[in-house]
Design a protein around this ligand. Sequence first.
Ligand SMILES: C[S@@+](CC[C@H](N)C(=O)[O-])C[C@H]1O[C@@H](n2cnc3c(N)ncnc32)[C@H](O)[C@@H]1O
Length: 286
Amino acid sequence: MENTFWSKKVQSTEVLDTSRKEKFNENNRKLWFNLLHIRSNLKILEVGCGSGHFTNMIKRYFSSCQVYGVDLDANHIKFAQNECKKSNIDVNYQVADVKNLPFEDDSFDIVFSHTLVEHLPFDDFIKEQKRVLKSGGKLIIMRVDMVKKNDKPFMYLEDEINKVYSTFNFPQDVKVCGYLEDPDMTMQRLNQYNFKKIKFSYDRIIYYMPDVENKKVAISQIEKNYQTKLSYALFETERCNVDAETKENLVNILKSQYEERLRLLNSNKKIFDFQSSLLITISAEK
Ligand SMILES: C[S@@+](CC[C@H](N)C(=O)[O-])C[C@H]1O[C@@H](n2cnc3c(N)ncnc32)[C@H](O)[C@@H]1O
C-alpha cells in the first residue's frame, strides 16, 4: 500500500511546495547552490525530497548533473514527477525509504537532505547515505533552527487569523521532529561514522522583505507568501474537519490581508516587514 502519511497528516504537498517556492527562490539561489556545493557534471541525490522543488531547481540550472530524489510519501513523489514533466526536465524520482536506498554503493558525488534529519534516529538516517556516497563525496545535512526567530511579519488582520485557528481541533496523534538535537551532536555522530572535513554553517535567509526589492520581485514575494498561507489554511481546514463557513471566513481574511499588503506596496508606503529562515548546514566528506 502507498505511504501518504506526510502529505495527508503532516503537511500537504501543496503546503510544502508553496513554502519551498517562497524560501528557495531566484534571489537566494546562488547561496543555496553554494551551500550544497553544486557544480556541473555531478551525480546528486536528495533524500526526503518532498515536492522536489530543490532537486528541480538544481537540474534547471545545472543540466549536466544527474539528479535523483527519493521520498517515502507517494503523493510528494507524484507531484515532483509532474512538475518535472511540465518544465521538461529530467530528474529521477522514486518512492524510497532513506533506510533502504535503491542505489549501488559509492554512486553519488553529493547526497543531501533538508529538514529530514530531525525525523528519524541518526543511525537510520545516515547508514544508507554513507553507503551510496562515493569515497570523497559530500554529505550535506540542512535543517532549520526552530528556536531563534525575530521576524517582523505583516501583522494586519493577524489577530483575526489566529482567532480562527484557535477554534481548530488539531490532531494530537501526529508527532514529528522527534529526533531534533543540537548541531554539535550531529557533528559528533558524523565523526563517529568516520566522516572527514566536518563543517558547520549558519545562515539567515531573508526570503520575504518586499520593501527592499524592485516592484516585480516585491509583488512575487507578497504573492508567494499569500499562497503559502492559503495552502496551509486549506490543508488545516480539511485536516481538522472545519465547517464551510469558518473555512470561507479564514480564506476571506487571508485574501484581505494579501490585498492590504499589495495596496501598501502600490501606494509606496514602506513598512519593511520581513520573514527569514535560519538555516543550519552541516557538511562532511566520506
Ligand atoms: C519536512 S519534509 C521536507 C521535504 C523536503 N526536504 C523540503 O524541505 O521541501 C520531510 C520529508 O521527509 C520525508 N520522509 C520522512 N521519513 C522518511 C524516510 N524514512 N525516508 C524518506 N523520506 C522520508 C517525508 O515524506 C517528507 O517529505
